[in-house]
Design a protein around this ligand. Structure first.
Ligand code: RIB
Length: 330
């Protein structure tokens, strides 16, 4: 026969107090009870091996200790590193990370937001551009749910924010290619670029106002296909707006028998791990991706703790990492 599940009723019976008292004590509200009562309840819990039901507990505490995290696609190493940063901080604070891939699909993103809200998450981290301001207003702001929108989109109006300096990043990439003597350059980016990527481009265009724009999805395949367009131009250097695009360019340019950096200098953006494992190692603009995740998680937890505190905006710096995919124009 199956063992009977131990309930709060059993703990109350064994310790000789009411169910309400057991519930209060096991949920950490033990200040109003005598040490003897607390001890009796904890002893009964231990003797019976009682595990409080998570959902029942949530009803009492009005907290799920869960944060919903929405990213466009976790297979992109930028987002997996970001989530590791988020998760590390949340784990240390006894929170669970609930991850959703929004796939740049507005409906999927809205569905996730609503479902996460029904499941009672304590806050949201949204690193995805598909979210509409309307969904933010309807699902989050009106219900007073704490959230931070980062990376691809900046929330309109009132919320905390964590950014990286995309404008400086784009300009640093431009300055580097200019110092190497390149005059004709191309930028590979998505046609419907997100706000952060547009800012990156604006920084680059400060140095190269006439940069040739080649469009491709923000993926390795996007870069591979963009290589076919690059070789039709007179560019000698390419700024790939993220590292994944740059890796795709490696393959596409090799297929066209072009060499990096002899025929084309290539600079990426993000500084994901793979940059060091490709040949030639990729010169790139490093975003502090892990730190971005950590900072965002900390800021959100602070907001949950202190809902009335002043809004905060943090901008993290980026830096040029020189490797071997860029070289002087001969
Ligand atoms: O690789 C993903 C890219 O898109 C990153 O540059 C990040 O900033 C995002 O917006």
């Amino acid at each position: 026969m199956k063992n009977k599940k131990i309930t709060i009723k059993d703990v109350a019976k064994q310790s000789g107090v009411s169910i309400a008292t057991v519930s209060q004590i096991l949920n950490g509200n033990d200040q109003k009870f005598s040490p003897k009562t607390v001890e009796k309840v904890l002893a009964a819990k231990a003797a019976l091996n009682y595990e409080p039901d998570y959902f029942a507990r949530r009803m009492v505490m009005k907290k799920s200790k869960t944060i919903g995290v929405l990213v466009p696609d976790i297979t992109n190493p930028f987002f997996s590193t970001l989530v590791r940063g988020v998760e590390g901080v949340l784990y240390r604070e006894n929170f669970i990370t609930m991850l959703c891939n929004a796939d740049l699909d507005t409906k999927k993103e809205t569905d996730y937001l609503e479902e996460l809200s029904r499941r009672g998450v304590d806050g949201y981290i949204i690193a995805s551009s598909a979210i509409s301001n309307q969904a933010i207003n309807e699902t989050l702001r009106k219900k007073n749910l704490p959230y931070i929108v980062l990376d691809q989109k900046k929330a309109e109006g009132f919320s905390d924010a964590v950014l990286t300096d995309d404008f400086s990043g784009g300009r640093l990439a431009g300055e580097h290619l200019s110092q190497l003597g390149h005059e004709k350059v191309a930028v590979v980016l998505p046609e419907d670029a997100t706000e952060n990527i547009k800012t990156r481009l604006t920084g680059f265009q400060e140095i190269y106002p006439k940069a040739i724009l080649v469009y491709g999805e923000l993926t390795k395949d996007g870069g591979r296909q963009a290589a076919r367009e690059i070789i039709k131009t007179d560019a000698t250097a390419v700024f790939a707006i993220n590292d994944e695009l740059a890796f795709g360019l490696y393959l596409g340019l090799a297929a066209a028998k072009k060499k990096i950096p002899q025929d084309y200098s290539v600079i990426g953006y993000d500084n994901i791990d793979m940059c060091e494992y490709v040949t030639p190692q990729l010169t790139t603009i490093a975003q502090p991706i892990h730190e971005l995740g950590q900072t965002t998680a900390r800021l959100l937890l602070e907001r949950i703790e202190q809902p009335e505190k002043e809004w905060e905006e943090k901008t993290l710096p980026v830096q040029l990492i020189k490797r071997f995919s860029t070289a002087h124009l001969k």
